[in-house]
Write a protein that binds this ligand. Structure first.
Ligand SMILES: Nc1ncnc2c1ncn2[C@@H]1O[C@H](COP(=O)(O)OP(=O)(O)OP(=O)(O)O)[C@@H](O)[C@H]1O
Ligand SMILES: [Mg+2]
Length: 440
């Protein structure tokens, strides 16, 4: 401003005007700098980076009247600069074209190197662009590209400094937003993991309790069974001896037979109790499970089961190449018998039982009803389309004496307990899947 030659008062007034304008500018600039704190709001309210860019552009416009404002963000996947905002938006193609030109001619690289605003010529050399990198102290986040108005006007240094401040803040806000989103994402992953672990722990606790309960009951049952076994041997053997001595038509014959039968029934319960106490699995041999199944299906016991349940079809699907196992055939046979009779008893009327065997290799532990470790197994599956088991019953079916059946013909409630004990003695695992009304 050339003020020389003016009369004294005008000079002073012009000087005052100039100072006032300066003061207004500084005041505006300070307010603008203060308002940059608002960027934080976008992060708190989970707005995306575009909202931050929009806010930045609004402020830049108030500072310098660019014809076009564009902002590029670095794509983290391929490190490309992509236009995220262009105002006015119908000039995006034009800017894209200019960006390609700037990249080819190394203008971008230059701006990145300078780490401040630079002025470059447009492709046709007729216009001027202003380039400014958006970077935090650790990372380049993007670039600001502004097309300067045609009529040449000097941009005050203070405005350029403020523009740098806005762009630094923009880069910081975008980085905070990214960190914030990352934290939120990690948090939800962690929450899901904690939930899964908790479920696993509860499951483990349940299995542990079940195993402890079975162990305690087994020990108790074993003690009782051991004593009863001795007493029962008299009850079974003496009627036999007496029956040999008394005449064929003696009226004592019937009651003696009843005593003998009751004794035998009691002995078989005691045998189950002994299995539970895990005292029985001594004589192991190498056996094929298929053979034991076949034998059971040919037994008198099975024939009797079929007489009681005439509407049931039995299907088998036995693996021809089933590997042999080291096991107690008597206990395996009992297990099969219990599973099949339970299946039959669960079918009211017509239904189907499927018995299948397979060689199974388990390479990752299964966390189901039982926690199954890795290894080679022979699996036996008995499925029925009977009444199914409710979730509440499922928790208790392996307990000794837990039964929903009428005491008498069947229903001591020892069947599944024996299955459990036998399977555990053979280093095996049990899984039960059941849908009430559909089958087990
Ligand atoms: N396949 C199945 N379908 C439906 N319920 C079943 C099945 N298997 C077992 N259950 C339920 O589990 C309970 C316990 O079975 P478990 O074999 O231990 O005893 P039980 O069959 O009642 O008597 P026992 O076997 O001593 O004659 C049964 O009473 C029944 O309610
Ligand atoms: Mg049973």
């Amino acid at each position: 401003m050339n003020l020389s030659g003016l009369p004294e008062p005008e000079r002073l007034i012009a000087r005052i005007d100039h100072l006032e304008e300066n003061s207004r500018f500084i005041q505006n600039a300070l307010e603008m700098a203060l308002s940059l704190g608002d960027f934080q709001k976008n992060i708190n309210e989970s707005h995306g980076p575009n909202r931050v860019l929009q806010e930045a552009e609004n402020r830049i416009r108030k500072l310098i009247s660019f014809e076009i404002c564009a902002m590029c963000l670095v794509n983290e996947d391929n490190a490309d600069m992509e236009i995220s905002l262009c105002e006015p938006c119908d000039r995006k193609d034009y800017i894209q074209d200019e960006i390609a030109f700037m990249t080819e001619n190394g203008f971008f690289a230059w701006a990145l190197h300078e780490k401040r605003g630079i002025f470059v010529k447009s492709k046709d050399q007729k216009k001027d662009f202003f380039l400014h990198v958006m970077a935090t102290c650790s990372r380049i986040r993007g670039m600001f590209i502004g097309l300067l108005p045609n009529e040449k006007q000097r941009i005050p240094d203070a405005s350029l400094s403020l523009l740098s401040l806005i762009l630094l803040n923009t880069a910081n806000a975008i980085e905070s937003l990214e960190s914030y989103n990352l934290v939120v994402e990690q948090n939800s992953i962690l929450e899901a993991e904690v939930e899964a672990r908790t479920r696993e722990l509860i499951n483990y606790e349940k299995r542990l309790q079940r195993a402890r309960k079975m162990e305690a009951i087994g020990t108790l049952a074993g003690g009782v069974a051991h004593d009863l076994n001795n007493i029962l041997s008299g009850l079974v053997s003496y009627p036999e001896l007496l029956l040999m001595d008394i005449p064929e038509n003696s009226p004592l014959r019937k009651p003696l037979l009843t005593i003998k039968k009751s004794g035998e029934k009691a002995a078989s319960i005691v045998q189950d109790l002994l299995t539970l106490a895990r005292r029985g699995v001594g004589n192991r041999e190498v056996v094929n499970l298929n053979r034991i199944i076949d034998e059971y299906l040919k037994s008198l016991e099975f024939e009797k089961l079929q007489v009681y349940h005439p509407g049931i079809r039995i299907k088998t699907d036995l693996d021809e190449n089933l590997l042999p196992v080291s096991a107690s055939p008597v206990h395996l046979s009992k297990t099969i018998m219990n599973l099949i009779s339970n299946a039959a008893e669960a079918i009211p009327g017509k239904g189907e039982i499927l018995i299948s065997t397979r060689n199974t290799y388990i390479d990752t532990p299964i966390k189901g009803y039982d926690h199954v470790n890795e290894g080679d197994y022979v699996t036996l599956k008995v499925s029925d389309n009977g009444t199914g088991i409710s979730p509440e019953d499922m928790e208790r079916i392996f307990e000794p004496f837990y039964t929903k059946k009428v005491m008498g013909r069947s229903g001591t409630g020892l069947g599944m307990a024996v299955v459990w004990g036998t399977v555990k003695d053979h280093n095996g695992y049990i899984d039960v899947q059941s849908v009430p009304g559909r089958g087990t």
